[in-house]
Design a protein around this ligand. Structure first.
Ligand code: BG6
Length: 475
């Protein structure tokens, strides 16, 4: 058995990480426009306003806003079948609650979509990839307020009515699952995802539960809305998942690994089984968190079942009931697996974890799955010949794709596409760096502000092109 001839090979990008032009053509401020640059060692700072003489990586990005035609031609040169983009809410509704949509923002995405279609690249559109308008944060208190759900639905309605016919597959949210108060990146993710300043939350458990609930409800309502607007549409939601292995066969470790792995699954359960899970309400009750599921909400959960699941996979982690002092914490909880290699940013490299996760998800939900993000953030050196020889990236992708193919061919998982994260170098979400590069295409831009923004294919560009041309036969 081979991969299906319609397998969607491609890549995945997000507006705030590459478009730049943050205040052009009447775009409003989004939360990520107010987050400074950082590094692996120094966290990004949330300023909520634009401060003078501070560096904000999203403001220029890689200037995709003005160079998308050149970039899309390069993606087409690799034979991309699909590109996942996000539509920045603040280009369409600059403050989130404006009376009318911004025509210039609408025109930009028409042109971007037309360019993709011209090259036979299917656009897969994410409607929320950390691009909440600052206006909604200031006036409505973000996702803590149910009015934000209505504003989001209005944005979705505008966008889907406008681009219907050009877009078939929609994604309601990117990684709404990262709202856990116990991990190292909680503060950044709570702001990126939900537009809420972590340090200012008085009752973390209650508020994060409400945000998670409101976003889940917004997603199911958006699914119904999109289906109603376009009967041909396919709607999914994307989750960033990190499987957790038990450190030992001690029952305590095994139980913890199960809980860590499925920690964020309540939202997927709600979106696939058509009801907000009782076990989550029970958990909340025990924590003293109060959540009301109204009759109207119950109906919304029933009507908003997703058509496919999008998965972002970067690493696995280890669960250990008793953590020793010298054990290194993993990004989303648990500890780092000592049997695995790590990237320059300390993310474990675990290709088999992808096969494990694909099987786990497919057996649990039996829904089509698309890998919406996977890739290696690395320090790239330009060789004397002016080219980045990134054999380490080829090795990473080759190993992950081999495991994906096994999941499909040997295990029967219905996975219909692979969208590599960051096919062109762009701004890192967690650190704000350019130095953390994922791309097949090198962008001459550096964290000190130097670089002429020129684009040059790396060795991996030609490897991916061949892999696509052979539909993965070489894996
Ligand atoms: C995912 C996000 O969680 O991870 C992307 O959806 C992000 O936006 C990607 O860029 C990789 O993370 P980072 O921090 O290396 O850019």
């Amino acid at each position: 058995m081979k991969l299906d001839k319609n397998f969607l090979w491609g890549g995945s990008i997000a507006a705030h990480q590459l478009e730049g032009a943050y205040n052009e053509d009447e775009k409003g401020l989004s939360v990520m426009d107010t987050v400074t640059g950082g590094t692996y060692e120094t966290p990004r700072t949330i300023t909520t306003e634009i401060q003078p003489d501070v560096f904000y990586p999203s403001h220029e990005g890689i200037d995709f806003y003005h160079r998308y035609k050149e970039d899309i031609a390069l993606f087409a040169g690799m034979g991309f079948k699909a590109l996942r983009i996000s539509i920045d809410w603040t280009r369409i509704y600059p403050n989130g609650d404006d009376e009318k949509p911004n025509e210039k923002g609408i025109a930009f995405y028409h042109s971007l979509l037309d360019e993709l279609i011209k090259h036979d690249i299917e656009p897969i559109v994410t409607l929320f990839h950390f691009e909440l308008p600052v206006g909604i944060l200031k006036k409505y208190n973000s996702w803590l307020n149910r009015e934000t759900i209505d504003l989001y639905l209005r944005f979705v309605e505008t966008v889907v009515s406008e681009y219907k016919g050009k877009v078939k597959r929609w994604v309601t949210f990117n990684e709404m699952n990262h709202l856990d108060p116990t991990t190292d990146v909680s503060a950044l993710f709570t702001y990126m995802l939900a537009g809420v300043e972590y340090s200012k939350i008085k009752n973390k458990e209650q508020d994060l539960a409400v945000i998670g609930y409101n976003m889940t409800l917004a997603s199911v309502k958006a699914v119904k809305l999109i289906h109603d607007l376009d009967i041909e549409s396919q709607v999914g939601c994307v989750f960033g998942l990190t499987p957790s292995y038990p450190k030992s066969c001690k029952p305590e470790d095994v139980m913890l690994s199960f809980k860590d792995t499925i920690r964020d699954f309540y939202q997927i359960d709600a979106m696939t089984y058509g009801k907000f899970p009782k076990y989550k309400l029970h958990e909340y009750e025990r924590m003293g968190v109060h959540l009301e599921v109204s009759k109207e909400d119950e109906q919304a959960f029933k009507e908003g079942i997703i058509d496919f699941i999008g998965l972002n996979y970067y690493m696995s982690q280890v669960s250990c009931a008793t953590v020793a002092d010298d054990e290194q914490a993993s990004l989303f909880g648990g500890i780092v697996n000592p049997y695995l290699e790590k990237s320059d940013w300390g993310w474990t490299v675990d290709p088999k974890g992808l096969r494990y996760l694909l099987n786990f998800m497919y057996r649990k939900y039996q829904k089509p799955i698309i890998i919406c993000e996977n890739g290696l953030g690395a320090v790239d050196e330009v060789g004397e010949d002016g080219i980045v020889h990134d054999d380490y990236r080829i090795d990473y992708l080759n190993k992950h794709l081999t495991q994906l193919k096994k999941a499909v061919v040997e295990d029967g998982v219905e996975c219909f596409g692979y969208l590599m994260w960051g096919p062109i170098d762009l701004v890192s979400a967690t650190t704000g760096e350019m130095k953390k590069r994922y791309g097949f295409i090198y962008v001459d831009k550096h964290d000190d502000g130097t670089g002429d923004l020129s684009r040059t294919p790396k060795d991996s560009y030609y490897w991916y092109k061949k892999t696509i041309a052979e539909n993965g036969e070489n894996l």
